[in-house]
Write a protein that binds this ligand. Structure first.
Ligand SMILES: Nc1nc2c(c(=O)[nH]1)N[C@H]1C(S)=C(S)[C@@H](COP(=O)(O)O)O[C@H]1N2
Ligand SMILES: [Mo]
Length: 538
């Protein structure tokens, strides 16, 4: 006679029942926009964990990615996050399976009640913490809650059924299922594994096909992009980028992405309203069309950088932003005398606070609804985000839902988690290329090798870039006139080639004559500083 199945079996069966559950949630999301629980749980955890832990996790992930690959850090980071979220959920399933088997083992009769109770017990906290449910309208939230409840009840029942089948072989009196007896426990588990794999894979494939189709449908037509139809304003600039320098204008699909969401919040444009309230004379609700049509559109070439961008990193991009000056919109609401700040809240629970003084002083601060001539992509903040010159991305909410005029300054999302209050962009310069394959022969028999890259100092602009070869003198590079006063500047230095092992170092001076900080500092808490170098045998 076989023994009752124990915790080890519980863990295994937990995994085998949780994998199809993940697939089912994926299908639910793609077919009906229901919450994808594994990501919700992960997102909740990142919002709840103490700031230093999250920061450590992000830093670690960015360094591992940079050490292991040359791909786009932000894309790989999102994928890694998603895999961690799935693993986390699977582990919860394993632990719950162990727990359930342990409980069932202790009971004389293994009815379905403990499994159902476990399913319900798991649902309650998940539904409570799910950031996607908390963002929903009431009825949608109820539907989503019910879906999660039913899914977990089914999961609890499935686990129990497997337990009972296995226990039957162990001679449990009230269970008369003899299939396990016939098959043997090992074969039975293999069958369960097979069924689990079939459901998991077919569900995931179906969901992926639905997702692919929607992606095709919502794909932006390249012909609609501003950059497909217009030359860049500095096309005639005399300084040409050294071959191999990153594109001066980042293609939309290549723009880095960083936010606190494993998958971006999906905001429905037609139902969305920008609510402006708090200490104002006339609270306002604006539709997307109001923003597009009632106000003079404003276009700005903008370089956006993440404060977590390491020295020479790829979390920095440039495109053309379109929106309305916040000054214009605020005129219509009438800010009350006693109001000093605006609190901006986003659909994902992110928030930031900006001083009204800063807005009054800078008409470039802009509510942005389009990038490169088309509506913002979901992951970049559709329908509305803000642009604040000279600040890192952490100060600039995407997916904006409301703006409230308030009296006192408050900490924003990342400030509360230990990052810089101002998050003013620190000057940085980067070597992108030593273009050895593009040597320029000179009349005097020397050869020049173009070296190039970018320099960026927020809205302060760049006044000088210098290059040092090995421990030689600092030599001035040429500056290409930039797309605007707030974008990165492309620099180029024609290096008189000398074969051998060399180290190249770059530094810059910003538009207010301040030298780039040479002391090395990590990204936390105020952005990376230090000089970028490239070394090799040439
Ligand atoms: N609502 C919301 N806005 C946000 C964030 C976020 O997590 N949620 N992340 C910020 C950070 S840290 C950066 S660097 C920029 C990145 O914008 P992008 O992903 O469009 O490049 O968005 C900012 N705005
Ligand atoms: Mo960021």
């Amino acid at each position: 006679m076989m023994k009752k199945p124990g915790m080890l079996a519980g863990g295994l069966v937990g995994a085998l029942c949780t994998a199809p559950l993940i697939s089912l949630f994926y299908l639910g999301r793609e077919l009906a926009g229901l919450p994808f629980v594994p990501f919700d749980l992960f997102d909740w955890a990142t919002r709840m964990l103490p700031g230093p832990v999250v920061t450590f996790g992000i830093d670690l992930m960015v360094s591992v990615i940079r050490a292991l690959s040359s791909g786009e850090t932000s894309v790989i980071a999102k994928t890694a996050e998603q895999l961690i979220a799935l693993a986390q959920f699977l582990v919860i399933g394993v632990v719950a399976g162990m727990l359930l088997f342990a409980i069932l083992r202790m009971r004389k009769k293994s009815g379905y009640l403990p499994g159902l109770i476990l399913g319900a017990f798991i649902t309650a906290p998940i539904a409570l913490v799910s950031p996607s449910i908390s963002r929903m309208e009431r009825t949608d939230a109820i539907i989503s809650f019910s879906w999660i409840l039913v899914a977990f009840l089914a999961w609890g029942a499935a686990l129990t059924w497997v337990y009972r089948s296995m226990a039957a072989a162990g001679g449990e009196p009230d269970v008369d299922d003899s299939s396990v007896q016939r098959l043997g426990r090992r074969k039975f588990i293999i069958r369960i594994g097979g069924a689990s794999a079939v459901i998991t894979v077919s569900g995931a494939v179906w969901a992926a096909l639905v997702a692919k189709r929607r992606e095709r449908e919502t794909k932006v037509d390249p012909a609609a992009l501003w950059s497909s139809n217009n030359p860049l304003p500095n096309r005639d600039a005399s300084v040409k980028p050294a071959p191999g320098t990153r594109p001066e204008f980042t293609r939309l699909q290549d723009h880095y992405r960083i936010d606190i969401n494993t998958s971006p919040p999906e905001v429905e444009g037609a139902r969305w309203r920008l609510k402006i309230g708090g200490l104002v004379d006339r609270p306002l609700e604006l539709t997307l069309d109001d923003l597009r049509n009632k106000y003079e559109p404003m276009h700005q070439f903008v370089t956006l950088s993440c404060i977590s961008n390491p020295l020479g990193g790829s979390l920095i991009s440039t495109t053309r932003w379109t929106g309305v000056s916040l000054q214009q919109v605020l005129k219509d609401v009438g800010i009350a005398e006693n109001s000093n700040h605006l609190r901006i809240k986003s659909a994902d629970g992110f928030h930031e606070v900006i001083a009204l003084e800063a807005i009054r002083a800078d008409e470039r601060i802009m509510l942005t609804y389009a990038w490169d001539g088309v509506p913002l992509k979901a992951e970049h903040g559709f329908p509305l985000r803000i642009y604040i010159p000279d600040r890192y991305g952490m100060k600039q909410p995407k997916w904006i839902e409301s703006i409230e005029a308030i009296e006192q300054w408050e900490e924003g999302y990342w400030v509360r988690r230990g990052w810089d209050r101002e998050a003013r962009v620190r000057a940085t310069s980067v070597i992108d290329t030593i273009a050895l394959n593009m040597m320029i022969a000179q009349a005097d028999e020397t050869t020049l090798v173009p070296i190039g890259g970018i320099a960026y100092a927020g809205a302060r602009g760049i006044s000088k870039v210098e290059i040092r070869v090995d421990s030689g003198e600092w030599l001035e590079a040429e500056l290409r006139s930039p797309l605007s006063g707030t974008t990165w500047v492309i620099w180029r230095f024609n290096w008189p080639f000398k074969a051998g092992k060399h180290t190249f170092t770059v530094r810059c001076v910003d538009g207010s004559a301040a030298q780039q900080i040479e002391t090395e500092a990590a990204v936390h808490p105020s952005g990376a500083t230090g000089l970028h170098t490239t070394a090799g045998v040439y």
